[in-house]
Write a new protein. Sequence first.
Length: 124
Amino acid sequence: MKLAAITLDCADPLALAAFYQQATGLEPHPKSDAEFAGLTRGDGLFIGFQRVDGYRAPSWPDQTVPQQLHLDFAVADLDAAEAELLLLGAGRPDHQLDEARWRVLTDPAGHPFCLVRDTAGQTS
């Protein structure tokens, strides 16, 4: 079994795809539209963003609206990656568990994601 896709619910698929495209450098899927947008990587991994009527952003760290899932991104420099993503429109919750090892940010649709220190020397 091979992971082929990850899909996130949101109110604006094109806007959320643009955020993740800028953050990761993945290529926009040519058939992206206002209902479903996607990004692809050369090895076939697909990240999708689907429009959901009445979408409610997760509330982290409380679970009023559960986060349901989150993505982790390995980075060489936590401070530099955090600063870049904040400029792209990410949010930074006040509650941080261990800022020396990882940072919790939220994408423009409110999904929490983590930046983790890349201990292998390779970033994704």
